[in-house]
Structure formats: C-alpha cells, structure tokens
Design a protein around this ligand. Structure first.
Ligand code: SF4
Length: 480
C-alpha cells in the first residue's frame, strides 16, 4: 500500500514524519512525499506500540538539515531513502561511500545550499527605510532572491553582525525581521517591497568604483564569486561592465604613473622623502565616498572589500564631532571594540584617555578612529587573540579612512602606531625612530607616535613608565 508522507516544509517537520514512517518500517519506494493534505493517510496507519526509534548518525542529521533547504522537490524522498538505508537497510556507513548516487546527490545539494548561504551573507545590501521620530532609531531593509530555502539558516549571521540596528530581509522564500532585539520569521513575498533608487545605492556605487582595482581584474573568478543572478540587487553591479571595459586603459594609466620621473627620484633627506612617498593626497582630492560622515558610516557597515569582515561582529567606524580639530587614528578594533561597535573602549583606549588628559587634550572633542575597521583575530581556546592587519587589508580599508579625513578635515592628525602610519603616509615607517611631527599633506600638522597597546605589552614597570612619559610628550604636540 502506498503511504503518503508529508512535511510542513521544515526540516523538523520532515524528521517527525520520517521517524513515524521508520517506526512503521515503511520502505522508501512505498512512500509518496507531498503536501499537508496528504498527511491523513499516514495518521490513519498507527505505528506499532512497541516501535523504537532507530539510532541515526549525527553526520546524517547535519547533511539532512542542509539538503532540506534545497529547492529540489525530490529532497524529502532522497532524504528518507538515505535514512532508511542507513537504519533499517543495514548500511550504517553509507555516507562514507561518496560514489553512491544517493550520497553524491545529497552532498552536491548540501554544498549548493551552503554556498548560497555564504552568498547571501555577502550580497545582502541594507537600505535605510525609516527613522522612528520618537526614538531616533533607524530601520533598514534588504531584498534578496535566493534559489534555495536558506533564509532561516542565514539569519543568525545578520543578527550577530547587525545587532545594533532594526532590519528586515525580504525574500520570495521567507522573510526575517530583527526589530527591537527580537528575531522573527514570516512567509516570503513575491516582489521587492522596498522601492529602488535611493541615495545609498549611488553612494555605494561611488565607493565600489573607488576600490575597484583594474590591475587585479579576473573576470572569470569575479563571475564565479559574484554570480550574475545576484547582480540585479547589488547597487555596485551596474558599474561592473563599464569598469571591465575601461580596465585596460586604467591599467595602462597606472603603469605610466608608476614609470613617471618623480617615482624614480633618487633618495632624499628623511622628511622630504617621507613627503615625496606619502600617498595621502591633498584634502580637496580625497575621495568622498559619501555626502556625510553618517552616510560613510552606513556604507562601511556593509563593506566586503577584504576578508576581515567575515570573522568580525561589526564594522567599527570612527566617532566624534564633525569638524573636530584633532583626529586620532589607531590600528584596528580589539575584542571589546568589536562587540561594542565603538573605537578605543578597551584597555588601550583607557590608557589613551589617561594620557590625553595628562597632555591637556579632550578626547570628547576629538574624532577617534582606526585605520582598519574590522577586528582581525585568531582563536586561542575561548579567547580571540589580536592579529596585526597586513598591507593588503590596510590598503583595502584606506578609502574609509581617507573618507573620514576628507569629512573631518582636522587641524591635527595623530597617528598611533605603524598601521595608522602606513595607511596615511602610504609606506612602512619605523615609528619609534621617526616619532613626533612628520611631514605629510594629510593635515596641517601630522604627529606620529606609538600605539597605547605597545605600552601595555611592555613587561618592565620602569620601562613602561618611561615610555608612557614619552607618549604623553608626543600627545602634547597635538595641542591646537
Ligand atoms: S577591514 Fe576595512 S576593507 Fe576590510 S572589510 Fe572591513 S571595512 Fe572593509
């Protein structure tokens, strides 16, 4: 007799039904999987009273959870066939046989699903849709068109990454909302409810154009990493054909610039050399990726220009008054900054506050930021250990720092440590050797000193005290 199996479309629904079918020793070829209306056929066939649930390997459950999100309507049938073979069929180690057609098909489907979850993490673009007048809280929304049923599985990533804002992601395969700290799911929508053109899209396009490096263009790889079916919902994608078409002439232009006589100038005394090699352009030509610092901050929240975003909780952008006379640039957010979303709030930040106060500077009046906006770390047990960003990551993040610099236009720019120095001055500079006022056109006065975390790492108490005094003396140079 044919038995009708049913699911509510969820993995847990399938699992309950499959358990019941196994208890009846129903063979896969005797089960017809379908919608809810067929469920009665199974209910009318009671399971034996002494039926025990066979043990199912954890590897199967993990695989089945992924496969259950695939769009293929045959997924429930395939999963039940695998389950039956592993349990009642006596093929306990079936999943180890990669060449088995059922195993191979399930593995491919699971891989497709995982890949699309990754793509959703990368390609969702939030737009500001409203601001609550009473609370000032902003609400963001995004539209995404997945092929598979991945919204629930992808949601925890967005919850962790954008915990501090209210947002909704609408898709035809289900919607997810994070409002007031509560995550909820809703059925999918047939069409994008958000509306299209807005300033955020054009600003995102400006930023994408500025980070697009024609010399690194690999069209095949780009199409594989950013499949074209996602392009219509990516503001920056409209720029891609033009950027590809113009890449050859832009590379030639870059090569000509590299070969220019100024670049081949013989070595100069240190300060002049630093000025010559500084790639910080005059303030008026700093690329403004947005019309305000707030807009820049929102754009940076979605930045994927280097891999650091993937393991961090959020983009830690700078903060402080617009038009601050003093701008302080550190290296990158640490563990506490990554969680709080604020720059310099951990131990190094506390030491900086103390030293600023001793130097007669008001931190509240300064704009404080980092050269790299995402926390780079490596796990050590339960700890996340800081890792220094490399040159590629510093350069990838540089447009954000230049954007901040272009909007704040400080009188004094204080660079803390070698990462800030490299980002602003455009080359590696030995900090302890050249600390003090350095020549750069990034601001009327540019001061280079050590990062406060350097002081925290010094093991010797008297050395630490001496270095701290030198640090405070450097900060005094920043008084306007
Ligand atoms: S570290 Fe900077 S460049 Fe890299 S993803 Fe974060 S914001 Fe973007």
């Amino acid at each position: 007799m044919m038995i009708h199996g049913s699911t509510d479309g969820s993995f847990s629904g399938w699992r309950d039904t499959a358990r019941s079918l196994l208890a009846r020793e129903a063979r896969p070829e005797d089960v017809l999987w379908g919608g809810d209306s067929l469920f009665s056929s199974l209910s009318e066939t009671p399971a034996p009273a002494d039926a025990a649930s066979p043990k199912v390997p954890a590897t199967f459950l993990k695989l089945a959870a992924d496969v259950s999100r695939h769009a293929d309507e045959g997924r429930w049938q395939l999963l039940y066939r695998l389950l039956w073979r592993i349990t009642l069929g006596g093929e306990r180690h079936l999943l180890e046989i990669a060449s088995d057609p059922d195993v191979a098909k399930a593995a491919t489907m699971a891989k497709n699903v995982r890949r699309e979850i990754h793509k959703m993490h990368a390609f969702v673009r939030f737009k500001l849709i409203s601001t609550d007048e009473a609370t000032g809280r902003e609400r963001y929304a995004a539209w995404f068109e997945p092929e598979h049923h991945i919204v629930q599985a992808a949601a925890p990533f967005f919850k962790a990454r954008f915990a501090n804002m209210d947002w909704s992601i609408f898709t035809p395969k289900g919607c997810v909302h994070w409002i007031g700290g509560v995550l909820s799911h809703a059925p999918g929508l047939p069409e994008n409810p958000i509306g299209d053109a807005d300033a955020l899209e054009s600003a995102w396009g400006t930023y994408y154009r500025s980070i697009f490096n024609p010399a690194r263009l690999k069209i095949k790889m780009m199409r594989s990493e950013m499949p074209e079916r996602y392009w219509k919902n990516l503001p920056e994608a409209a720029l891609i054909p033009d950027l590809i078409a113009s890449s050859r002439s832009r590379v030639n232009h870059m090569l000509e610039k590299e070969a220019s006589p100024e670049k081949r100038a013989p070595s100069l005394p240190y300060l002049a050399k630093l000025r010559d090699l500084s790639s910080a352009p005059p303030l008026e030509s700093i690329p403004a990726a947005a019309s305000s610092i707030e807009e820049l901050r929102q754009l940076a929240a979605n930045c994927r220009a280097c891999p650091l975003w993937a393991d961090a909780t959020c983009t830690v952008f700078g903060n402080g008054p617009a038009g601050a006379p003093l701008m302080i640039v550190g290296e990158q957010p640490g563990d506490m900054e990554d969680i709080s979303g604020q720059a310099f709030v951990g131990p190094a930040g506390k030491l900086l506050n103390r030293a600023l106060a001793e130097a007669g500077l008001d931190r509240e009046a300064a704009y404080v930021t980092n050269a790299v906006k995402h926390f780079k770390w490596t796990p050590r047990g339960k700890l996340r250990l800081h890792q220094k960003p490399d040159a590629t990551e510093i350069d990838a993040c540089r447009p954000w720092l230049l954007g901040e610099l272009g909007h704040i236009k400080p009188q004094v720019l204080l660079l803390l440590g070698s990462t800030a120095a490299r980002s602003v001055l455009g080359k590696a500079v030995p900090v302890t050797k050249f600390r003090g006022i350095v020549a750069s056109n990034a601001a009327p006065r540019v001061i280079l000193t050590v990062h406060p975390s350097y002081l925290l790492r010094l093991p010797d108490g008297s050395r630490r005290e001496a270095e701290y005094r030198k640090f405070v003396a450097d900060l005094r140079l920043a008084r306007v």
